[in-house]
Design a protein around this ligand. Structure first.
Ligand code: 13P
Length: 253
């Protein structure tokens, strides 16, 4: 079943992008509409300031737009935060939760990530839930245990009915240019697939994405395994040409 899942190629712009960069999203939209990555689903997660305009640019096209985080509550006195309902209202159909940069920069616990994922599902969004070990955890031989614990504790209790993807992003491979060895990625994805099947009835239908220095030159090799169902791309998603080359390597004809 897992190898029949439509791959998801998602760009996470992080805290990058001004209105002048919206042309990159328009270029992605046009290439995807022309069939450049016809076998993949394409998602771009710009910063919140660009979300509504990006969603307008991509309305009615195969390119989905997502947020990078959401608050567990629908509204309230939480200065600077954005709710899942607000993301949806701005035109998002996805949100990333539990990215390691949020877990580290904002001290987000697994329980908080689970609450955010539940909020996103409540609002009708699809969720990309991120997990991944640090370099020290891998060196100590704890990578699988760490990722398994994050997965179990960060999963929302609500039913997700096909609206959940998991991104495995080893912290040491993010933005470093150091890509995990394909065999390590394959091994971790196989492990995650087993854990998901044990945890959820629909575990086989959850897409497992890899993230961490994915580039046009390594995307095809990294994504060859049936348990790797897409990529979460940071730096290389900022320029349409690079992102599209990754999308074509994964979802081209
Ligand atoms: P890079 O592709 O820049 O390593 O970032 C990966 C990532 O964190 C995507 O969420």
């Amino acid at each position: 079943m897992a190898n029949r899942l439509t791959p998801l190629v998602a760009g996470n712009w992080k805290m990058n992008g001004l209105r002048a960069d919206l042309g990159e999203i328009a270029a992605i939209r046009d290439a995807v509409a022309a069939g450049r990555a016809a076998r993949a689903e394409i998602l771009v997660c710009p910063p919140a300031t660009l979300l509504a305009e990006a969603a307008q640019l991509c309305a009615g096209t195969p390119v989905a737009i997502g947020g990078q985080d959401c608050h567990p509550e629908a509204y309230g006195a939480h200065t600077g935060d954005i709710s899942a309902e607000m993301l949806k209202d701005a035109g998002a159909s996805y949100v990333i939760v539990g990215h390691s940069e949020r877990r580290i920069d904002h001290g987000e616990s697994d329980a908080r990530v689970a609450a955010k994922a539940a909020a996103a599902l409540r609002a009708g969004l699809k969720v990309i839930l991120c997990v991944g070990e640090t370099e020290a955890e891998r060196a100590a031989g704890h990578a699988e245990a760490r990722v398994a614990a994050q997965l179990e504790k960060s999963l929302p209790k609500e039913r997700w009915a096909g609206r959940l993807a998991i991104a495995y992003e080893p912290v040491w491979a993010i933005g470093t240019g150091v890509t995990a060895m394909p065999r390590d990625v394959v091994a971790m994805h196989g492990f995650l697939r087993q854990r998901l099947a044990a945890l959820l009835r629909e575990g086989e239908t959850v897409r497992l994405l890899y993230g961490g220095s994915v580039k046009p030159g390594n995307a095809a090799e990294l994504l060859r395994s049936p348990d790797i169902n897409g990529a979460l791309v940071g730096g290389a998603s900022l320029k349409a040409a690079e992102f599209l080359a990754i999308a074509a390597a994964i979802g081209g004809q």
